[in-house]
Design a protein around this ligand. Sequence first.
Ligand code: ZN
Ligand code: FE
Length: 256
Amino acid sequence: MPTLKVIPVQAFNDNYIWTLVKDGNAAVVDPGDAAPVLDYLHNHQLTLTAILNTHHHADHVGGNSGLLEHFKVPVYGPHEERIPTVSRQLCEGEKFVIDGIGVEMAVTEVPAHTRSHIAFYGADMLFCGDTLFAGGCGRIFEGTPAQMHSALGKLMALPDHTRVYCGHEYTLANLRFARAAEPGNPLVSAWEEQAAAQRARNEVTLPSTIGREKGANPFVRCDQPGVVATASQHAGRTLTEGLEVLAEIRLWKNNF
Ligand code: ZN
Ligand code: FE
């Protein structure tokens, strides 16, 4: 059996185009730019077999057309008119097998960053775009804190060993905020130290895991006393609900 590899092809400043490679075939998640993908495919003599999109932002779909000019492949994505190149629109719970790769993915709707954002889960891997980041979460552009709260809750229900492939290298900035949001969490400081060393060597800090997020990501720890306390302090009033804690720390992080 040829083994599956998951390669971070870098784009722009800090985007990762996750590329699943198996048996001479490649499938890409969120190709914001076609050029680095075409280079990677060429250098490794790979044939593109599928494109997956989590949401409509240009840094995640901008390369679709350029790739389709070279490869006639299906494009899996959300029901979203702002991604006209999607050929297979998917809903909550739908499953499909990635062409040429043979891995089955299940679709989860996670609206909040954008209203039609989806995530892909299969083979112990989660591709979550800009919803969940290592140590943080995406900005809430088209949804509500309640939607982000429930989206993150759905993702946290996945097994702890699930590998989390998110769309950007934001780990260090997120952990610096996590340290402010939950001072004294030893899992945050240990991870921050490790991520700083990785970045100093120009290494990728991803994938994370669901278990790691549960231990260190303040946005999924909104019920933890340490996070509730700092969020309340920042808000200048006593917060009790996890949801209002999330809303407060998301605003706090926007200007951190
Ligand atoms: Zn985005
Ligand atoms: Fe993005």
